[in-house]
Design a protein around this ligand. Structure first.
Ligand code: SF4
Length: 408
């Protein structure tokens, strides 16, 4: 288990709102940037006092920092320096820390790039989504393929590793146009790529149109679920062929270029989220995971009323999480490690694992259980099978804690 902390900083500002976006981000006046960054810096500086007050263990050394959102590259260079100033004051950032900044193609000012290099950023994640200009424009993206190619070139010249995000299932996308995007990404020579399947929910304009009907955002032009799954599968195969190994359902990297920060989430290592709609997972003094998140209302966050309540994860929920977060990884979960952490309770999942292996959704190789390709495409259905199994029997009191704990 990592002894270092992952720090996530949310920057919710964007130049335009993409039709498929379901994040707590928006187009806000630049005058809000200064107030927001001031609040973020206060939260970073106040994190240790809050952790001590609440009884949480907050590692002092930071192994990874991730600025996401939103589009952090919309910030002025000086704001980026302010954030890193607050981090350096409050934590010991490891010399080889992975530091990622999400950027929008065509929206990286020269002085912002200079500031990223100064704060020792190691990688940039570019929200590309499609390398086909008409598709990108139809969703509200403001770049072209030529702009992406130019940005990748100068980011890499500046010594930064690059991730490119793509989405399968955008309006008007076909297998041919999707593979044109994937092929173009392979041609960029980037260290990392992420392939997502379009998410359909009430939190995006396109999602609401897909659910409720309408023609404004191109919902009628979205491919069927089966066609999107076929795009995902073909995209995975092409990236693997180009040397980008799939290490998680949506993530591909050259050896050694996997996102260390994102691996924390799936390995259940501690992270602190700062800013709008940011989420955290730390451990309390008894070693139990504690999860908490901030408001997704900018006005509340700026007013300083953002501290949400924390939830201690009980042992049964922690075991479920260990399954469905671990199974996201291509290497899957190690049964030996699971038994070492959770004891005999792991055996209660034998029936589920056997059934999912028989259904072709999981594969079991020696000590490890992992998703098959079909399982990756139906991952939510697979994960649902691991929830609600009565693993620890009766409710008892944990000797080491004041908290009630489900136990055998
Ligand atoms: S740039 Fe990213 S965060 Fe901003 S609106 Fe588009 S998808 Fe959402």
């Amino acid at each position: 288990m990592s002894k270092t902390l992952g720090l996530y900083i949310s920057v919710p500002f964007c130049r335009a709102k993409c039709t498929y976006c379901n994040f707590a981000s928006g187009v806000f006046p630049a005058s809000e940037h200064g107030r927001y960054v001031t609040r973020v810096c206060e939260a970073i500086r106040g994190a240790r006092a809050r952790a001590e007050r609440e009884g949480w263990c907050l590692p002092g050394r930071v192994g990874s920092i991730y600025l996401g959102g939103g589009t952090p590259s919309t910030l002025e260079a000086e704001r980026l320096r302010e954030i890193f100033g607050a981090i350096e004051e409050s934590f010991a950032v490891e010399r080889d820390a992975e530091i990622t900044v999400e950027c929008a193609p065509g929206q990286i000012a020269a002085d912002f790039l200079k500031a990223m290099v100064e704060v020792h950023a190691t990688r940039v994640s570019l929200g590309v989504q499609s390398m086909v200009d008409a598709e990108a424009a139809a969703t509200g993206r403001m770049h072209t393929r030529a702009v992406v190619e130019e940005d990748v070139r100068w980011l890499r010249e500046a010594g930064l590793a690059v991730n490119v995000d793509l989405i399968a299932g955008l309006p008007g996308q076909t297998m041919t146009s999707w593979m044109e995007s994937v092929e173009a990404v392979c041609g960029l020579g980037v260290e990392h790529a992420s392939l997502y399947m379009l998410e359909v929910d009430e939190d995006s304009r396109l999602g609401r149109e897909l659910i409720g009907g309408g023609a404004r955002y191109g919902a009628g032009l979205v491919a069927t679920d089966d066609a999107v799954a076929a795009m995902y599968e073909a995209g995975c195969a092409r990236l693997e062929q180009a040397g980008l190994r799939q290490y998680e359902i949506s993530n591909f990297a050259r050896p050694g270029a996997e996102s260390r920060h994102n691996l924390r989430y799936w390995r259940r290592e501690p992270y602190l989220g700062v800013g709008l709609d940011a989420h955290s997972m730390l451990r309390n003094r008894e070693g139990r995971p504690v999860r908490f998140g901030n408001t997704d209302e900018l006005s509340e966050y700026l007013a300083g009323t953002a501290e949400g309540s924390a939830e201690v994860v009980d042992r049964a929920a922690e075991l479920e999480e260990a399954w469905f977060l671990g199974l996201r990884l291509a290497d899957g979960v190690s049964l030996t490690a699971m038994r070492a952490e959770f004891g005999d309770a792991v055996a209660r999942f034998d029936g589920v694992v056997t059934k999912l292996v028989d259904d072709g959704l999981l594969r079991r190789e020696g000590d490890r259980v992992a998703l098959t390709m079909r399982g990756r495409m139906l991952s939510n259905e697979v994960f649902a099978e691991f929830i609600g199994i009565p693993v620890f029997g009766v409710i008892a009191k944990d000797e080491s804690s004041d908290l009630p704990l489900l136990t055998r």
